[in-house]
Design a protein around this ligand. Sequence first.
Ligand code: HEC
Ligand code: HEC
Length: 302
Amino acid sequence: MCVGARANSTPSPTTLQSCTRVKVTCKRSSSLDPVQYPQGRGEMPALLFSDLTVRALESIHILIEGRSVRHRESRNPSRSERMQRRHRLGPLPALLLIALAPATAAANDLGEKLAKEGNDNGAAACVTCHGADGGGNGAAGWPRMAGMNADYLAKQLDDMASGERDNATMKPIASGLSAEERRAVAEYYAEMEVPAEAPGTDAAKSVLERGQAIAQQGLWRKGVPSCVACHGPGGDGVGADFPAISGQHASYIENQLTAWQDGNRQNDPNDLMASVAKRLTEEEIKAVAAWFASQPARPSAE
Ligand code: HEC
Ligand code: HEC
């Protein structure tokens, strides 16, 4: 696990290269795209293995390992897993699944009802702000949720209820939902089609180019890995841990990065996002947010 490279502040290029290989192998074996390291340089910069980078790569590995363990143990498998199992198991379990269908429909009905009407316990109807199509509203800073990962959305609702993610608008709404209701409404939004159009931006071309470079290559001199290293190719999201940020409103992305800088959002595993956000200037945040908002949302990798 590159222990030598971490302990040694000026590792030799050979150590770095073999480490890079180990890391990339880890990521490949977890079916993520390998991290895009700057290529074609005689010597890799020592900053490549800055504390944040090492911590980030280790955390990704831990998160992915954790997720595969969770998936193996999961009693509530994802849709694609259910499909795979259905194919693997043949006709008898398929009949059982049909028998179980009303239970799933009931959960979705609950999610739909909460989204459209809210409840009597302080949860306002979600559609008022997040839109009937789940696309959110950029001018108001309301995020798109349609097509995002259900476990991720449910975690955010839990964190907003507990205050680990501190938001004055969402706190009473999330606290007004029971754990069962949070899960149902998260699944309802996760199953919605992603919006066809990108939210868009009026940022200048030069700003978008700067944003794209940060998103795809990072800012290595400052120890900022590329956003897509964690958020998946195109920023479309990977599983429950790395949310989609493509097709998200620029205002919302900016608000989140600022919230991490100010300490108002502290719910990221291993401080991954706080470490990234604290290294970005206001201008860099605006540029990278504008670029992701110019990209259409696409269904995320499982
Ligand atoms: C009055 C407007 C409003 C209503 C109503 C509302 N939300 Fe929100 N929601 C927000 C805002 C604003 C944010 C962004 C908070 C922030 O900036 O951290 C948000 C964020 C979220 C997030 C985080 C998304 C992410 O990508 O991390 C979830 C999940 C969420 N809302 C779910 C719901 C659900 C479920 C309902 C209905 C039960 C609901 N919201 C109703 C305004 C609203
Ligand atoms: C080392 C991995 C890592 C890198 C690199 C990274 N992120 Fe994240 N990001 C995360 C994780 C993990 C979360 C989810 C935090 C949580 O569970 O609440 C996240 C969440 C976010 C969110 C909140 C999304 C939402 O719907 O609430 C935004 C916005 C975001 N990241 C933007 C960025 C941008 C922009 C970059 C590049 C400058 C970036 N991230 C780089 C790991 C990373």
